[in-house]
Design a protein around this ligand. Sequence first.
Ligand code: NAP
Ligand code: F7E
Length: 320
Amino acid sequence: MTKRALITGVTGQDGSYLAELLLDEGYEVYGMVRRSSTERFERIEHLRDRLHLVHGDLLDGSSLGRVLEESEPDEVYNLAAQSFVPTSWTEPVLTAQFTGLGVTRLLEALRSTRRDVRFYQASSSEMFGKVLESPQSETTPFYPRSPYGVAKVYGHYITVNYRESYDLFAVSGILFNHESPRRGLEFVTRKVSHAVASIKLGLKDELRLGNLDARRDWGFAGDYVRAMWAMLQRDEPADYVIATGESHTVGECVEVAFAHVGLDWKQHVVQDERFMRPAEVDLLVGDPSKARAELGWEPEVRFAELVRMMVDADIELLSR
Ligand code: NAP
Ligand code: F7E
């Protein structure tokens, strides 16, 4: 029988890659979208006639119940969130509502409608924040450093709690930063790749950035959605860290991107206080051993290849 999946956040970076993967696996895919005065479905435009779009919002529990009744999913992937860390300082309450309480609303809707659904929660390496050990694994304690990180810790533990309280098949993937040509323009990798492409094409000359020393474990979103799916195919629910195990600075990302088009980054990059954060996550590096052993998951795209892929895609985009 054809399996059905519901993806919240289907219009986001991960939602679009996951929808592609599930459609390829033969699923009937439902995507939850929220009302907006203008539709912004660029990332799923190529999938529109193969997807069922249903209206709902994480802020409205009744809409979630309706979406579940309409889609009758076997698997639910909760990817919707306010996901930009700096916005979580300027809109901390809204971030808590979307990214934290939204998870409870969805779990409650699930619990009261269907109990045999498998549930995936998009947890984040931002929960490790001011890291208490390196590399970070499933047993590393959390120390979030932003309202976003705090909200994700809540979403993580409410998922664990519903699993343990109600015997739900509910799992959290603790995903480290993952990027792609579909990444939002405000995140640092895409900001860099888009600026490098613009500079190369003579459309601008300067790139203003914040902390160049922050280290992240960056992988490719297309690889990471395979891990989400694999987690829901296990016999028993469990949480997994998904990462490459390699860490690089923002400065290295800048260097690789500019070098790829034959430019010297020092001629173009300006440090700007406005992009510094009130509290920084200095270093993240994940240990994906459990995912490797139990899910057979491996990242295929590595750091430098990822950065070059994004620069090439932005050059193509801006040349059109
Ligand atoms: P993204 O591109 O920012 O997408 C977020 C999605 O959430 C969008 O589809 C957005 O819809 C939707 N959304 C936001 N608020 C909503 C609400 N109130 N009701 C319904 N939908 C709402 O994020 P992403 O990079 O794909 O990340 C997917 C998930 O993984 C997020 O939960 C993120 O926090 C988490 N995560 C991401 C990373 C990463 O490196 N990418 C790492 C760890 C965890 P609109 O299009 O309408 O705005
Ligand atoms: O920042 C530094 C910044 O915004 C990465 C989200 O998907 O991954 C993402 O969160 C680093 C930080 O991602 C600029 O200070 C320097 O140290 O690309 P980012 P993030 O905050 O790590 C996690 C795993 C998630 O879960 C989140 O949803 O880059 N940085 N200069 C800058 N960052 C930005 N955005 N802009 C700058 O100009």
